[in-house]
Ligand binder design. Structure first.
Ligand code: NAD
Ligand code: MN
Length: 482
């Protein structure tokens, strides 16, 4: 099918000012890392080197934890909630004022379309700070552990992934600060730049030095945070494999943890669903952010009577997705975040073919440089196939069919994960019945991938434990159990 030709609509990168190298943000200042070699962060859509990034050693992590402890005892734990709230409001407003800069920087460093950083990542990050700013002086009324005097843990260690770098930072930093904790955060090694720009925002907001510390590095730096005896609580988002290692590392210690891990979300389509809206929702469910989404609707469960027609319409729609330069305002699907992730996606797609599922891709042209993957659909997928069980974390949809609601529930729940699910039907009673049966932390009805700071988010089973966002998300940042 012919697609429209679009004139190029490039976003300007003049608004960002990327330094050639970055230090670590400790005690309110950028300091040099000790000893270890810097690494490079690149733009995955061009493979251009953007900057040299410091690798924090265990010694650097120790300095960051000490700075956080000092800020906690001397300043932050003594400040009233109303005053903490003022800093959070200030950070939220600065994020809005500098929204364009953050959006462009995120797109350059991560590869995701500017349309998404501009309309989703950055506004939602600001919204998380506004929302938690509002809680800071009302914690006594939130029904938290500790009742009218909920107490923070102290120093929190936070490790985040590369798929929503600034947004995951906001999910971690805003509730920690609102509840009176100080923190040491490590962004992912492929996407450190917006976290480092956020460090500048902390300076601009006059946040007391040491309340937020940002250290860069890879897995070893993350592990140094997890293992540090001065850390009271860990908040981690990333792969289930690393989440399990963290759970093992802190077993038997007094450290608390929340783990937001992988998913294999089912998008369940009944024969009475409005077909065109549903196709849009299924596309949003798996091709948003190149499928690098833990709660992606990566398994489509479609009722057998409409499966053929639905798949045909879906493929027709996927043929019109614009894949390419993420800085172009018309781009729908950007670059895969790294060569390593591209290799993982490619390998899992190979197993799909080898195990006998039927493979289709949009056949679109791809740029010569950078990391790319065509929107891909597998039909005839069996529950035992690896592409039905394992998280691909890329623009790949596996299609399975069902006949009855009971069968849909059984298939949707047949995964080690339990993060998200979607239901598409005209019948309200069926939505409620299904939502009750599905073992997933979030169930969307006639929509997908909607996020809001007031709504708790988190998983069952191997998708992790603890909730982020909403009143429930505050609980993880105060002492004691309800
Ligand atoms: P990862 O879990 O290795 O990385 C996430 C974060 O953890 C990064 O900041 C990383 O530096 C850090 N880390 C790595 N090893 C660590 C350790 N031993 N101790 C402490 N921190 C450590 O994820 P990845 O390798 O970038 O991606 C692999 C797979 O993970 C993806 O294919 C995807 O399935 C999944 N993933 C899930 C999410 C999610 O949001 N749930 C996010 C990213 C990746
Ligand atoms: Mn990068």
């Amino acid at each position: 099918m012919p697609t429209f030709e679009y004139a190029p609509a490039p976003e300007s990168r003049a608004v960002v000012d990327i330094a050639s190298s970055y230090g670590l943000f400790i005690g309110g200042e950028f300091v040099e890392a000790t000893g270890t070699k810097p690494f490079k962060t690149i733009s995955p859509s061009t493979e251009e080197v953007l900057a040299d990034i410091s690798e924090a050693s265990p010694g650097d992590v120790d300095a960051a934890v000490k700075a956080a402890r000092t800020a906690y005892t001397r300043v932050w734990s003594r400040m009233s909630g109303a005053d903490r709230g003022k800093y959070l409001f200030r950070i939220a407003r600065i994020l809005q004022e500098r929204a364009r800069e953050f959006a462009v920087l995120e797109t350059l460093d991560n590869g995701k379309p500017i349309k998404e950083t501009r309309d989703v990542d950055v506004p939602l990050a600001a919204a998380h700070f506004f929302y938690h700013a509002g809680w800071a002086d009302k914690l006594a009324y939130a029904g938290l552990p500790g009742g009218t005097d909920p107490r923070p843990h102290g120093v929190v260690g936070q490790v985040i992934p590369w798929n929503f770098p600034l947004l995951m930072l906001a999910w971690k930093v805003a509730p920690a600060l609102a509840t009176g904790n100080t923190l040491v955060l490590k962004p992912a090694e492929t996407t450190p730049l917006t976290a480092l720009l956020f460090a500048e925002v902390c300076q601009q907001a006059d946040l007391p030095p040491g309340v937020v510390n940002i250290v860069t590095g890879a897995g070893a730096t993350g592990q140094a945070i997890v293992d540090h005896p001065g850390i009271d609580k860990i908040a981690f988002t990333g792969s289930t494999g690393v989440g399990k290692m963290i759970a093992r590392a802190i077993a038997g210690t007094r450290k608390k943890a929340t783990l937001e891990l992988g998913g294999k979300g089912a998008n369940i389509v009944f024969d009475d669903a409005p077909i065109d809206q549903t196709v849009e929702g299924v596309v949003r469910g798996i091709f948003f952010n190149q499928g690098h989404v833990c709660c992606a609707g990566s398994r489509l469960l479609v009722q057998e009577s409409i499966a053929e027609e639905f798949t045909k319409r879906l493929q027709r729609r996927l043929g019109t997705l614009r894949v390419g330069d993420p800085m172009d305002k018309n781009t729908d699907v950007g670059a895969i975040n790294s060569r390593a992730q591209l290799d993982r996606i490619t390998a899992l797609v190979e197993t799909g073919r080898a195990e006998g599922a039927s493979h289709w891709d949009s056949g679109c042209a791809l740029p010569d440089k950078g990391f790319w993957f065509r929107p891909t659909v597998f039909s005839g997928v069996a529950q035992t196939h690896r592409i039905a069980q394992e998280e691909i974390f890329g623009p790949v949809l596996s299609v399975l069919t069902f006949r009855t609601p009971g069968e849909a529930v059984a298939k949707a729940n047949n995964t080690p994960y339990g993060l998200s699910a979607g239901i598409w039907t005209e019948k309200g009673s069926r939505i409620l019945w299904m939502a009750d049966q599905l073992k997933a932390g979030v169930v969307w009805a006639n929509t997908f991938n909607q996020f809001d700071p007031t709504s708790p988010f988190g998983g069952y089973k191997e998708s992790g434990y603890g909730r982020e966002g909403g009143r429930h998300g505050l609980e993880a940042y105060v002492k004691g159990e309800i």
